[in-house]
Design a protein around this ligand. Structure first.
Ligand code: ADP
Ligand code: 5GP
Length: 213
């Protein structure tokens, strides 16, 4: 059952779904390498350059694209986001698991390039709840929140293309489910197939969220 070797793990969720909150709880004190992305979006008060993101100008970002420095990149809400290739390769070569917290377009690019990567999508209970969570977090203005919420249904519709899908309704349950998926990916336990979108219950869960989107 033990499936050693470093793993490339992709985590996606609509903005405000709670992926940051869940990952902080699960990967605190863990030896995984959390890939720091580059972005052209403006920093928020809680952002630290080089820690939460590498903040670049559009010119700087486009220069890196031209130089082939990204494993993947995408435009999301009118800003560029991209995963620097070198730190991912270096950490994997050193035997560490690597986590990419990226949106759906980037996730599919990575899956093309690296079919061994394993992907996980976190569903919100509803799009209305996403809207509430983004307002509660209070880090974006109204226009940005509207744009992010309006993109959510399109992202959720792609959840069935991920290897695993969990729901973040009750936070403690979501943290436990996330851990179960990660332990299975790492080979510490059997793969958590109950979270596969092939599973009828998971299919229904995605349909329910989309019905109310
Ligand atoms: P993301 O990283 O996906 O954009 P965050 O982790 O920043 O989302 O969470 C968005 C907001 O929702 C935060 O204020 C967070 O405290 C809250 N939140 C996260 N999970 C839950 C949950 N299960 N129930 C209620 N609120 C939640
Ligand atoms: P935020 O602006 O809220 O930090 O991120 C917006 C979206 O961009 C989120 O869905 C986040 O997962 C995604 N994202 C962050 N970094 C990257 C990246 O390097 N590549 C891609 N494709 N998406 C990213």
């Amino acid at each position: 059952m033990k499936n050693k070797g470093s793993k490339l793990i992709i985590v996606s969720a609509p903005s405000g779904c709670g992926k940051g909150t869940i990952m902080k709880a699960v990967f605190n004190d863990s030896d995984v390498f959390y890939s720091v992305s580059c972005t052209t979006r403006p920093p928020r008060p809680e952002d630290t350059d080089g820690v939460t993101y590498h903040f670049l100008t559009v010119e700087e970002f486009e220069e890196k694209i031209a130089e082939g420095e990204f494993l993947e990149y995408a435009k999301y809400s009118e800003n560029y986001y991209g995963t620097p290739k070198t730190p991912v390769e270096k950490n994997m070569a050193e035997g560490r698991d690597v986590i990419l917290e990226i949106e759906t377009q980037g996730a599919f690019q990575v899956k093309e390039l690296r079919p061994d990567a394993v992907s996980l999508f976190i569903l919100p209970p509803s799009v209305a709840e996403l809207d509430r969570r983004l307002h509660k977090r209070g880090t974006e203005d109204e226009k940005t929140i509207k744009k992010r919420v309006s993109q959510a249904a399109g992202e959720i519709a792609k959840a069935d293309r991920y290897d695993y899908v969990i729901m973040n309704d009750d936070l403690d349950a979501a943290i436990a489910d996330f851990r179960a998926v990660i332990d299975g990916i790492k080979g510490d336990t059997e793969p958590a197939v109950r979270f596969s979108p092939e599973n009828e219950e998971v299919k229904k869960m995605i349909e329910e969220v989309l019905k109310n989107a």
